[in-house]
Design a protein around this ligand. Sequence first.
Ligand code: 5GP
Ligand code: MG
Length: 177
Amino acid sequence: SNAPCLLDAKQMETHLQRLCREITAAFGDDPSIALLGIRTRGLHLAERLKAMLEEVLQRDVPLGVLDITLYRDDLSELAGSPIVRPTEIPFSLRERSVILVDDVLFTGRTIRAALDALLDHGRPKRVWLAVLVDRGGREVPIQGDFVGLKLDVALTHRVAVRMKEADGEDSVLLETR
Ligand code: 5GP
Ligand code: MG
């Protein structure tokens, strides 16, 4: 395709390394951190950050999964209700510093739904947000704490995040909807 490339594999890796450095700088050796990846590509990003953090910290960093789908009554509409599916969180949220990880932050509704589900499930010390791409367009006051690429993408466009684990290659492209 001729969709403009926003990140190639090397640039994606560089962003992830920087996110890892920002996370370790923010937490020091706080043992309470845990990652929670939002399926599908947020989980792959969380798995990569887990490996990078474990390498630096020389200890296990727990990883859980949230499955959130945005149901749209009308496909032409951007608004919809995010549904949080049964999650795999293999650690207690109590007193945890939980880092939610997703590929793209857009309206913020998905993260809002993730927070609702998390706070129903337990009482973390604090919840943070890491995203590979912030495309702008927020409808609620939610921001990323650790942000890779920050953009202002028109509603007519979509950020295609491709990852080896799901798509066979690492890249971020700008596509028309
Ligand atoms: P939000 O709920 O913030 O509107 O959207 C965030 C969720 O929708 C993310 O989990 C992400 O997967 C998906 N999403 C929204 N916009 C885009 C986009 O432009 N590209 C991709 N790849 N995903 C998007
Ligand atoms: Mg998603």
